[in-house]
Design a protein around this ligand. Sequence first.
Ligand SMILES: Nc1ncnc2c1ncn2[C@@H]1O[C@H](COP(=O)(O)OP(=O)(O)O)[C@@H](O)[C@H]1O
Ligand SMILES: [Mg+2]
Length: 336
Amino acid sequence: MAENYDIVLSSPFSNYGFFGHKMREFCGQMGLSFFLVNDVWVKEFTQKLQDREISVKVLLDLTANQTIEDDPYLLLAREVKRQRGTVIDDPDITATAAHKGKFHQTLVDNQIPVPETIIVNRSELDGFQITDEIKAKVGVPFVVKPSWGDSGVGVIVDASSEEDLRKSAELAPNSDSFLIQQRLEPKELGSHFGWFRMFHVCREVIPCWWNPQTHEYELVTPAQQRQYKLAPLRRIMRGIARPSKMKKFTSEICMHQDGKFYAIDYINADPDMNPKSFYANGVPDEVVRHVVWLLFYDAMHLVKRGHGFFDEDLGESEADRDWLERRRREQRSVGA
Ligand SMILES: Nc1ncnc2c1ncn2[C@@H]1O[C@H](COP(=O)(O)OP(=O)(O)O)[C@@H](O)[C@H]1O
Ligand SMILES: [Mg+2]
C-alpha cells in the first residue's frame, strides 16, 4: 500500500518556514497528512511517487518554474498531475497564464486595462526597428520586459532604443518574446504611491500597497479603499483571474497619473510568502496566515471530496467509537 500524503507543499525557499509550519498545523488539526518537499527531498520524493511507494492528493506548488523544462519541482508537479492528483496551480495552466506576451492579448480581449504594448518575438529581434509610430504609441522612455520573466530580470524601465531590447533578450535567454510597454507613473495618494500588489487566492482578493522601489508591502485598509476609491482593483483582479483559471497569484496594478488603474505585472504564479515580521520587504503576517488558510481550505475540500471539516469525521465511524477504548488499552499496556 502506498503511503498517502493529503497535502504536499513544494518549495525550495527555506524562508517559507512560517508558511510551511502554519500549513502543517492546519493539517494536524484537521487530521490530514502533510509533507514539505524542499531541495533535500524533491528528487527522492518524485522517484518514490513514480515507484508508487507514495501517493499525493494535493500538491501546492510554490515554485512555478515553467520556463525550465527539467526543473525538479516542475517534474514533481507533472508527476502528481499524471497520477491524477491535483496541483495548485496546474503547471500547464501556469505555462500560458504566466507568459506575459500571451496573457497580454488575453487581457486586451477581456477589456482589462493594460499599458500600451507591442510584442516582439525573439525571432524578429534581428533588425527590429523601434519606429516613430511605435514611439508615438508607447512614449519615450518606455519599458522593455521579457514575456518569461521574474523578479525584474531583463526588465528595463528607462528604455529608448533597439539596444535596450537586445539587452533584455540577453538578460532573459529563456524568453521567447518581449514586451515594449508604455511606462506608467503612479499617482501619489497621501503618503503612498498608487502601486498595488494584489493577491488572488482561491477566489479571494487581498489588496496591498506595494512600493516598487523598496518592495515593501502594507495591507490596504477598508478606510483607504473608500478614501481613494480603490474598487477597480478588485474588478481588475477578478478580470485577470477568470480567463487565467489560476488559483493563487499576485498582480501589480498601478493607479497612473491620469487617475486610471492598469494591470502591470499580470500573473506572478509564485507569490512571495516571507512574513514581514522577519523580512523588511515581506508580506504582512496576517496576509500570509490568511493565504495559508485559503489554500488549506481549498485543498481540504479536494482531499475530502467536497466534505467540510466535520461532515464525515465526527460521525459514527468505527474508528471514532473505538478510539477511547484503544487509548485506554494502550495506556494500560504502557503503564504495565
Ligand atoms: N509599464 C510599466 N511602467 C512602469 N514601471 C514598470 C512597468 N512595467 C514594469 N515596471 C517596473 O518594473 C518592475 C518589474 O517589472 P514586472 O512587469 O513586474 O516584471 P517581473 O515579473 O520581473 O516582476 C515592476 O515592479 C515595476 O517597478
Ligand atoms: Mg513584478
